[in-house]
Design a protein. Structure first.
Length: 288
């Protein structure tokens, strides 16, 4: 089987069986392209790697002055790819299983405070259908804490209008329930009453569900008219959702479930940014 055919089948499996997002698949394609360029220049067959080949590639990545998070993703992409090759019987073992990912930088997530979030929401003109859709989009991000890949895959049939909840298919094909508030409900009802409901909740002008890149451009376009200095992406709204819940007294395990985090340690990063809440709790409980 030709390399190109193997790669094509691999990416199809990531989409159909592993439920990887389009964004992750796009990055994995870039990661594997870089890897195969290295192998071609070194005249190495990808099916016959040895430890020296792997070490040489890791040194090659190190010389590129990449962030640890980028190197980590590239190693993860190769680990997943070689696991696929092993499952397909093309190799006997996965040489990347023993390669450790570098420690990630402890970067605190950006988030908006309450005033900034209100400014963002109120800046959107809802007099037009496009404006109404944009307002609902931002309300849904803020109200549900969903990832952008989850938002674009919401179907109208997944929404329980009575209980204000949505069935989400998250990372690794893990299903969970998220909830939305009264403001999101208000704009959702308006949006659907205009006959704007399709199979997918959010569709572009061609009637197709949005891509991750299209949503990122929409958020960027909204933000360019505002005075908010924080760099805002769709994921910033997810950070904002989590931070505001914790600041308002939500317990971290509940936030973990709502975000769809497998590990509590992933959710734990938000405890570092909820300083206002920590200060309030401290002075209420420490009396000396």
């Amino acid at each position: 089987m030709k390399k190109e055919e193997v790669l094509d089948n691999f990416f199809k499996v990531l989409k159909s069986e592993y439920n990887y997002s389009d964004y992750t698949i796009k990055n994995y394609k870039l990661d594997l392209t870089l890897f195969f360029d290295f192998l071609n220049k070194s005249n190495i067959n990808y099916l016959y790697l040895n430890k020296d080949n792997v070490l040489a590639y890791l040194k090659y990545l190190d010389k590129m002055n990449l962030k640890n998070s980028t190197i980590s993703r590239r190693i993860s992409a190769l680990r997943t790819f070689y696991n696929y090759l092993m499952n397909e019987g093309l190799i006997n073992s996965n040489i990347f299983l023993n390669v450790k990912n570098p420690k990630l930088e402890k970067k605190l997530p950006n988030y908006l405070n309450y005033t900034e979030m209100e400014e963002l929401l109120e800046s959107i003109d809802i007099k037009t259908d496009e404006g109404l859709k944009r307002r609902l989009l931002i309300e849904m991000f803020y109200s549900t804490g969903c990832r952008v890949s989850e938002i674009i895959n919401i179907k109208v049939k997944d929404i329980d209008f009575k209980d204000k909840k949505i069935r989400i298919m998250g990372k690794g094909s893990k299903e969970r329930i998220v909830y939305y508030g009264d403001y999101a409900k208000k704009y959702l009802d308006k949006y659907l009453s205009k006959g704007m409901d399709k199979d997918y909740l959010f569709v572009n002008k061609h009637g197709d569900k949005y891509t991750v890149e299209e949503i990122e451009l929409i958020v960027k376009d909204i933000m360019k008219h505002l005075s908010i200095k924080t760099h805002v992406t769709p994921h910033t709204l997810r950070h904002t959702f989590a931070t505001h819940l914790l600041n308002n007294g939500a317990d971290i395990r509940s936030v973990q479930e709502l975000l769809g985090h497998s590990n509590l340690s992933t959710t734990g990063i938000y405890t570092h940014v909820s300083s206002d809440r920590l200060k309030e709790v401290y002075f209420k409980t420490f009396k000396r």
